[in-house]
Design a protein. Structure first.
Length: 156
């Protein structure tokens, strides 16, 4: 599975029905640290909401930002005592694992959350602003390296 060849979120072709969809925020819906989604992204979230329970979740310590974004999109912000990739995140939805889909841009958090919990995973290509901090650039580099290694050995 290559994130590099996956579509960005607003170009996904999904036909999920009656599932809980856990959306990552940074790199998936918006570039890292940004708050405002594009109109295309809002429309894609609204479309997913027609037949699914859609929630936002982020490992960011700034939960107020996540709650604000969720409110603007008309969906819930998932609060959990643990961070991705801990399966407790999936348990916090209150749904069966088999009823959950994780959509995200990161191998070490989003993909592994799905693998560790048995949920379905839909990769998206990361979106950038060009203003990412050095720390975020390093995190992305490490994440991309582990994704590459997993594909090299045939586990990702």
């Amino acid at each position: 599975m290559s994130f590099a060849t996956a579509p960005i979120f607003d170009q996904l072709e999904l036909s999920e029905i009656n599932r809980t969809i856990i959306l990552d925020i940074d790199g998936t819906l918006v570039p890292d640290g940004e708050e405002d989604c594009s109109e295309k992204t809002r429309a894609k979230v609204m479309n997913l909401m027609k037949n699914n329970n859609v929630v936002l979740f982020s490992n960011s310590k700034n939960t107020e930002r996540g709650k604000k974004m969720a409110n603007a999109l008309g969906i819930s912000f998932l609060s959990a005592d643990k961070n991705k990739p801990n399966p407790a995140v999936i348990m916090a939805t209150g749904r069966r694992v088999g009823d959950c889909t994780v959509i995200g841009d990161k191998f070490l958090t989003d993909y592994l959350l799905a693998v560790f919990s048995g949920a379905r995973f839909v990769p998206v290509r990361r979106i950038y602003s060009g203003r990412e901090s050095f720390k975020i650039k390093i995190i992305y580099l490490v994440d991309d390296f582990f994704n590459f290694l997993s594909r090299l050995v045939g586990i990702g």
